[in-house]
Design a binder for this molecule. Structure first.
Ligand SMILES: *[C@@H]1O[C@H](CO)[C@@H](O)[C@H](O)[C@H]1NC(C)=O
Ligand SMILES: *[C@@H]1O[C@H](CO)[C@@H](O)[C@H](O)[C@H]1NC(C)=O
Ligand SMILES: *[C@@H]1O[C@H](CO)[C@@H](O)[C@H](O)[C@H]1NC(C)=O
Ligand SMILES: *[C@@H]1O[C@H](CO)[C@@H](O)[C@H](O)[C@H]1NC(C)=O
Length: 403
């Protein structure tokens, strides 16, 4: 993986000649997605592996047009006879993350080959989900959201769409930020009538014990300079501002940037380093700076709340109360089937933080909660590990078959 990030840095250096280059880079790397366009995830990553793939679009209540990919048939040619499964990616990446490895190693393909009707979500702002009813990604207002909106708007729109298309309740698989938004939704007792079970890979909820020195330092910078960052609206990982930040953080004592992937996510045991080129064609992708600040806020207290506007007045205006509303993880219904899988080497989803989440869930029905600990896994192993098929996906499918 070292190679990936060395190449990324090189790319960063090349792209970052001017701030305007960020916008230009986006239009080049992520052209607006037409249905059936040749650069779509279906065309470039699914059909090339011999799978049927459909591009779908769903509009959120706040006007974002999200692209979804569906793999309804396995390589045997037999149409899915098992329930729909929705895969939700994490921060800086998109649905392509479920498709980087071979069909026998990638979760999306494995599920399709095992008879599941597979749906891949793409969060607002990523390559497949750039469009909006009235805004463009070049408008500051387009980036006026944090993961609160991924939970309150993106996820509900996608759930309802899949339910509408299939008439069936779905299984959910989230990775990283894709776990937090689902936990937030379930803690508010929403979408429960459309879900069978949820699998949470590298769960992100409480963030007080985050071990990645690089992420810790980045969080401190986002909090100290929040007004500056908020003024940038879009956070482009391959852009000028990210490169400047990285350059500054990598000089700090105790931060080793010789392998950036490791510095961010921990030492992934099982990611195939020769996937660099495929990875770079798609990732990393933009998010909002507001989202980065929201995540940074969570590292301060370990509390899980809505975005904090930083003062009573701001919070009163948005929430009608002086502090941001809390997402209470203990409110997740005890009978919702949950499968958590977490790694001993993961520096983002730290074991201590996962333990706090499991403590929140201490009254959960015992036969509805599985917690799988994988000692040598770090953050990216759960989606890109070459042995994740045996270590995680087989038990995950066995869990689905019970629910
Ligand atoms: C996609 O590729 C085909 C064959 O190369 C070409 O005929 C078609 O115009 C392309 N479509 C788009 C939307 O670029
Ligand atoms: C790693 O990726 C390369 C290139 O795609 C492939 O040839 C090789 O078989 C992969 N190794 C494993 C263990 O999957
Ligand atoms: C947030 O965290 C602090 C410190 O851990 C704790 O004292 C406080 O009660 C928490 N606030 C809420 C609203 O849960
Ligand atoms: C969270 O929910 C649980 C279960 O409903 C409740 O017992 C607890 O008091 C709640 N905690 C907060 C801080 O509201």
């Amino acid at each position: 993986m070292a190679k990936i990030w060395t190449t990324t840095l090189l790319l960063v250096a090349l792209i970052c000649m001017s701030a305007a280059a960020a916008v230009e880079a986006r239009t080049k790397l992520y052209p607006i997605n037409d249905q059936g366009a040749n650069n779509s995830i279906c065309k470039t990553m699914v059909e090339t592996q011999g799978f049927v793939c459909q591009e779908h679009q769903v509009t959120t209540q706040d006007g974002y047009i999200l692209g979804l990919q569906r793999i309804p048939v396995g390589r045997s040619g037999k149409t899915a006879d098992k329930p729909p499964v929705l895969l939700q990616h994490g921060l800086f990446i998109d649905a392509a993350t479920w498709l980087f490895n071979s069909p026998d190693e990638s979760l999306a393909f494995i599920l399709a080959d095992n008879g599941f009707d597979v749906w891949l979500a793409n969060s607002r702002g990523t390559m497949s989900s750039q469009e909006h009813k009235s805004l463009s990604p070049n408008d500051p207002a387009y980036w006026e959201w944090s993961w609160d909106e991924l939970a309150s708007h993106d996820l509900p729109a996608v759930f309802k769409y899949i339910y509408g298309q299939t008439g069936q309740n779905l299984h959910y698989v989230g990775h990283s930020l894709g776990t937090l938004i689902a936990l937030a939704v379930f803690s508010q007792h929403q979408l429960l009538n459309m879900i069978r079970s949820a699998v949470l890979l590298s769960p992100i909820a409480h963030l007080q014990n985050i071990q990645s020195m690089l992420m810790k330092a980045a969080a401190q910078d986002f909090l100290a300079e929040d007004l500056y960052w908020l003024g940038l609206h879009e956070f482009v990982p391959k852009g000028l501002e990210a490169a400047k930040l990285l350059n500054q953080l990598c000089k700090l004592p105790g931060i080793d940037c010789s392998n950036l992937m490791t510095a961010f996510t921990g030492p992934n045991c099982c990611v195939n380093s020769s996937k660099a080129d495929i990875f770079l064609q798609h990732e990393p992708q933009s998010t909002s700076t507001k989202n980065m600040i929201h995540l940074a806020q969570m590292t301060r207290t370990g509390n899980i709340t809505k975005f904090d506007y930083g003062n009573e007045e701001g919070n009163m205006n948005h929430y009608g109360q002086p502090t941001p509303p809390v997402y209470n993880m203990s409110s997740i219904p005890n009978e919702l089937p949950l499968y958590l899988s977490y790694g001993g080497k993961d520096t983002l989803s730290d074991m201590k933080d996962v333990q706090v989440l499991l403590d929140d869930l201490k009254n959960h029905d015992k036969d509805k909660l599985v917690a799988q600990y994988i000692e040598d896994y770090a953050h990216a192993d759960f989606v890109m590990g070459v042995n994740a098929n045996k270590v995680v996906y087989d038990p995950l499918m066995a869990f689905f078959s019970l629910h």
